[in-house]
Design a protein around this ligand. Structure first.
Ligand SMILES: *Cc1c(COP(=O)(O)O)cnc(C)c1O
Length: 360
């Protein structure tokens, strides 16, 4: 007897490389927790001894911090074990078998995974030749497809390209379905759709503590929407999803947000410098990014294999040869990366050739 659903037999789950290397593959922050925040958290742990109790299922403390931060109502937030989890239970709530979920390609692989697991039909739309969104084309396509949910990712993973405020409004004014605006990298750009959550009742904006905030290890994400929509999505949220420890650490960090603002500014500055330098390397094409990573295209080299041999791990893009995503690291890490990329572009020596870095 077949145990799993027929339609998932050939299905590949989410996998990551696990090697000892400079990690530029997962868009994590390269910075550890600031000492002051770490101390506050440890001292909270010493004073708190109620782990025999379930966490606060509504995450009231964290919601209160978020509400203060955005000057919104606490009822406009929902908390997930990473924003991945919010995508999953929102789709579970909205999609009947076979209904369509539309999202860009290339984009975050979890959209397709979550759609399939929740019995939906994934429909991808292409970005334009320079990997930008085109709002009018999206609307045109949507009128044909009639999706139940539209997912937009801005800045888009893996391209780093964004939706402008004007394009965002154009979309919101012409579609009726649920629009999920995934702003996992929102800290690295200046426009956020969050300020429109009171205006558009079909808008859900997703944010995470995993990227700019540097808390990928504790798995906290949040959704922001009109309180009527949040109220509905709450119905699908697993109870007690977030652990007491995760809620506490995220809340403490939010009260000390100035540390994060500094880290984000440093990453942006490193990103812009790296972009300028990689742009000039022969054989590599790089897209201007508003996130903490760069999208690099090369038909000439196996960039992933070459960098792995030199102790750097970057991300390949599923099924698309020649596309790579490189996370911005610390200054030192970026220097190592750049040195290796320049050796690649500045005419390869015989040893690299022997290592088989050339693709053809
Ligand atoms: C990393 C990422 C997320 C979510 O990460 P979590 O760790 O689950 O919060 C969501 N969307 C995109 C586009 C991402 O890159």
């Amino acid at each position: 007897m077949k145990i799993i659903r027929d339609d998932l037999v050939g299905f590949k789950g989410y996998h990551v490389d696990d090697i000892d290397a400079i990690k530029l593959d997962a868009n994590e922050s390269p910075f550890p927790l600031p000492d002051e925040v770490h101390e506050k958290f440890l001292s909270w742990c010493r004073d708190h001894n109620a782990y025999n109790r379930y966490p606060d299922t509504d995450c009231n403390e964290l919601k209160a911090e978020l509400a203060k931060n955005y000057h919104l109502n606490v009822d406009q937030f929902i908390i997930g074990v990473g924003s991945d989890q919010i995508i999953d239970f929102t789709l579970r709530l909205c999609i009947k078998p076979g209904e369509k979920v539309m999202f860009p390609n290339p984009s975050f692989s979890m959209y397709k995974l979550s759609t399939k697991l929740n019995h939906g039909q994934p429909i991808e739309f292409a970005l334009d030749d320079s990997f930008q969104y085109n709002a009018n084309k999206i609307i045109e396509f949507m009128n044909k497809v009639n999706p139940k949910v539209l997912i937009l990712c801005s800045p888009n993973n893996p391209t780093g390209t964004t939706f402008s405020e004007e394009d965002f409004i154009t979309i919101m004014e012409s579609v009726k379905c649920l629009v999920i605006m995934d702003e996992a990298y929102g800290e690295f750009m200046n426009f956020s759709a969050i300020r429109y959550t009171n205006k558009y009742k079909n808008l859900l904006v997703l944010r995470t503590f995993s990227k700019g905030f540097g808390l990928a290890g504790i798995r906290v994400g949040y959704g922001v929407a009109h309180e009527e929509l949040i109220n509905d999505i709450e119905k699908a949220k697993p109870p007690y999803n977030l652990s007491t420890l995760s809620e506490q650490l995220a809340s403490i960090l939010l009260r000390k947000k100035q540390f994060i603002d500094n880290n984000v500014a440093e990453i942006i500055s490193e990103r812009n410098q790296l972009y300028e330098k990689i742009k000039d390397i022969r054989g590599l094409k790089v897209i201007e990014s508003k996130a903490n990573f760069l999208f690099v295209i090369t038909k000439d080299y196996d960039l992933h294999g070459y960098l792995k041999e030199h102790g750097l791990l970057i991300k390949t893009i599923d099924n698309i040869k020649g596309y790579y995503r490189i996370t911005i690291g610390t200054k030192d890490e970026n220097e190592v990366l750049l040195k290796k990329l320049m050796e690649l572009g500045g005419g390869m020596d015989d040893t690299t050739k022997l290592c088989g870095t050339r693709n053809q």
